[in-house]
Design a protein around this ligand. Sequence first.
Ligand SMILES: NC(=O)C1=CN([C@@H]2O[C@H](COP(=O)(O)OP(=O)(O)OC[C@H]3O[C@@H](n4cnc5c(N)ncnc54)[C@H](O)[C@@H]3O)[C@@H](O)[C@H]2O)C=CC1
Ligand SMILES: O=C(O)[C@H]1O[C@H](OP(=O)(O)OP(=O)(O)OC[C@H]2O[C@@H](n3ccc(=O)[nH]c3=O)[C@H](O)[C@@H]2O)[C@H](O)[C@@H](O)[C@@H]1O
Length: 465
Amino acid sequence: MQLNHPANVAVIGTGYVGLGTAGLLAHIGHRVTGIDIDQNKIDMLLRGEVPIHEPGLDDLLSSQGDRLTWTTDYSAVRDADVIFICVGTPPGLDGTPDLQYVVSAAASIAEYLNGNAKVIVNKSTVPIGTGDYVQRLLEDHTRAFDPTRHFVVSNPEFLREGTALGDSLYPDRIVLGGQMEALEIMTQLYAPLIDQTFSPPKGAPRPEWFTRPAVIKTSLQSAEMIKYAANAFLALKISFANEISGLCERVGADIEEVAAGIGMDQRIGQRFLQAGLGWGGSCFGKDTQGLISAGREHQYEMPILQAAIDINYRQRRVIIDKLLRHLKTVKGKRVTVLGMAFKPNTDDLRDAPTHDLISQLNRLGASVTAHDPIAMKRAEREWTHLNYTPASSIQEAFERADAVILATEWDDYMTMDWNPLLATMRRPLVIDARNVIRSPINALVEQVGRDAPRGERRRAGAERA
Ligand SMILES: NC(=O)C1=CN([C@@H]2O[C@H](COP(=O)(O)OP(=O)(O)OC[C@H]3O[C@@H](n4cnc5c(N)ncnc54)[C@H](O)[C@@H]3O)[C@@H](O)[C@H]2O)C=CC1
Ligand SMILES: O=C(O)[C@H]1O[C@H](OP(=O)(O)OP(=O)(O)OC[C@H]2O[C@@H](n3ccc(=O)[nH]c3=O)[C@H](O)[C@@H]2O)[C@H](O)[C@@H](O)[C@@H]1O
């Protein structure tokens, strides 16, 4: 089956994945319509504003001209050759992913399936078996669905927030699950990405080492499983580093040295061994839980994944314990948390570890101040149930604080001059919950998985994992 180039593509959902997908497909030459049911988001996009903070995304989207349009009107699906579903799949109360947005997107697509459409692609992270389920939904909702002409494909997304552009344009691999005819169409659609024939956009140069992504063709079920297993493994790797870090503290070893030492073994690899406050964000927690709940459905226990989750949440308590060890009580004391987003370079607050820190500090009676270079406005809207004073500047965050917790390793914190700020604190105590302070500073610095705190650290030079 031949796909026209440029192809007409509809992208359903304009969150992180939808916007990344729409930007990527337009950049490699296709005509893309982004569809969302959220009128506010579409209005923003039509005004040239991007609803999320993602480095380089505004430039990528604004440079696509007529190739990229936005609408709330699903009839745009009629002209599409390929339709991408990129809606959210948040966890339900028992951890099972809530498929209501996928179901409603499929129902809306079905209304217009009598046009060009050949392939319906699931880019959302969905439970294994959802590809077949979407096909059944389409069959049930419309007589136009013809299994010899319409195909459902799984094409999981592996981008990270904060580095979405680079991850999308220069991916390690493209995973495509489904029937061979459909995968052939997907290969044609992605040809400029696979062969890297596009010019890198402003702000996302092609890394020197990068040649081309691997293309992995599988069954629908394997592709869906690859996505869950990849996220679960990464979460597990971080939790492993965190578990070892606790023992390091007790036996006098240093987790930074240990992680470097094991990571040099190429079978292990250095990345995602950074110990600290643990993982947050919208996906690691959701996807490990999703896999456990899939196991439960099949009476199959997944104890490793449960342990990874337990260790992760214990880690948030470890940071509070370090604070208590120095302050004895935090009641009435001023504790500042630096960084609210779940990681740097995003304003995403979903399952952000800082949320738990503030909530535990609230319970302990601390007077909490919080700062974030980008996510404060969003926190004002989404964290109304927490009790904290937003600091309008880093300076204000430090003034008269009894302790500062570095929770998100934003560049602003990595590159600032700490000493003048520390001098304005009541007492210079810093809990470096991301193990990123390398140069000596005039404070008692407590880190994770390292030897007893002291005024000076052995190594110099700021460095990020
Ligand atoms: N956030 C990330 O970095 C990554 C997310 N994923 C997965 O991708 C999926 C989407 O994630 P995000 O982009 O973070 O979600 P999000 O929650 O940021 O955005 C989802 C969008 O879908 C829209 N939507 C909901 N129902 C709709 C419908 N029926 N028709 C049209 N639009 C609809 C919402 O209004 C929203 O704008 C999830 O399954 C997630 O697990 C995968 C890799 C990375
Ligand atoms: O499915 C998804 O949504 C995405 O989830 C993660 O991406 P993301 O959550 O955006 O960010 P990561 O860079 O993976 O960081 C996740 C969390 O782990 C923490 N982390 C990361 C690495 C590390 O060594 N230690 C550590 O604590 C980060 O601070 C952050 O809170 C995966 O890395 C992506 O491949 C995947 O597509």
